[in-house]
Design a protein around this ligand. Structure first.
Ligand SMILES: NC(=O)c1ccc[n+]([C@@H]2O[C@H](COP(=O)([O-])OP(=O)(O)OC[C@H]3O[C@@H](n4cnc5c(N)ncnc54)[C@H](OP(=O)(O)O)[C@@H]3O)[C@@H](O)[C@H]2O)c1
Length: 225
């Protein structure tokens, strides 16, 4: 028997996902933290529990469809309902299009597109009573950008997925929110020299606060930074 409303957040060990986890926990949700790095997820879990909240960690690579199936099967077996799913995990590989390898393309699409699509499909039956799916896209899903070909293509795909679901589920109790934001100061840029100094960009906390607030009554959130 689960008394708290539950929220599943991918990429919850850092950046924007971590801020979503802290905010939804403060709002009284039991937060399910998903990502590949258990240490990062554990640190967020500890922070939530120290503040009196509740969180469960799920170490999962969203590039593996069978891992998504295992996670959601365990939710089904435990009678776990979800009222929020935040498809936040994402990667970016930047540079001239001619340098992009098949591996770059496959890794980007399996993380940014197939992962959210398969997870959403598997989570919808867990949102029987009501639910909101928030897809974290990017302004790269609104317009093409130089040296961002594969990233933009993946985020346009996530946008198309979200907008289509908004129409297909219009009459249902599940809502689909598309969130588009510009650059943020997060670990996203750590292994890349594409943005050498992200320190001038907004912190993810303020972006997460705006998304959590606006997702209650909007289906499209655009935050140009
Ligand atoms: N930072 C920006 O300027 C910016 C701007 C617009 C949009 N965004 C979008 O915002 C979202 C969050 O990014 P962020 O800026 O907060 O960067 P971040 O701190 O790097 O967060 C991305 C998260 O995704 C997780 N992740 C990556 N690959 C994964 C996989 N295969 N399976 C499971 N989890 C995976 C990572 O966790 P693990 O390493 O533990 O797996 C990480 O916690 C992304 O979708 C990104 O595209 C970012």
């Amino acid at each position: 028997m689960f008394l708290l409303k539950s929220c599943l957040i991918t990429g919850a060990g850092s950046g924007l996902g971590k801020e979503f986890a802290l905010l939804y926990s403060q709002k009284g949700y039991h937060v399910h933290l998903a990502g590949r790095n258990t240490d990062k997820l554990s640190a967020v879990q500890q922070e939530i529990e120290k503040a009196g909240g509740a969180a469960t960690i799920h170490t999962i690579d969203l590039q593996q469809p069978e891992a998504i199936e295992r996670l959601t099967a365990s939710f089904r077996e435990n009678g776990q309902n979800l009222s929020r799913l935040i498809n936040n995990a994402g990667i970016g590989i930047f540079g001239p299009f001619s340098d992009m390898t098949l591996t770059d393309i496959e890794t980007t699409f399996s993380t940014n597109v197939y992962g959210p699509i398969l997870l959403t499909k598997a989570c919808l039956p867990l949102m029987a009573e009501e639910g909101t799916v928030i897809n974290i896209i990017s302004t790269a899903g609104l317009r093409g950008k130089k040296y961002e070909t594969i990233y933009c293509a993946s985020k346009f795909a996530l946008r198309g997925f979200t907008e289509s679901l908004q129409k297909e589920y219009e009459e249902s109790s599940v809502r689909f929110v598309a969130a588009y934001m510009g650059g943020m100061n997060t670990p996203f840029w750590e292994d890349s020299d594409y943005v050498k100094d992200p320190s001038g960009l907004p912190l993810p906390k303020e972006i997460a606060e705006q998304i959590v607030r606006e997702a209650e009554d909007k289906l499209e959130i655009i935050i140009e930074t």
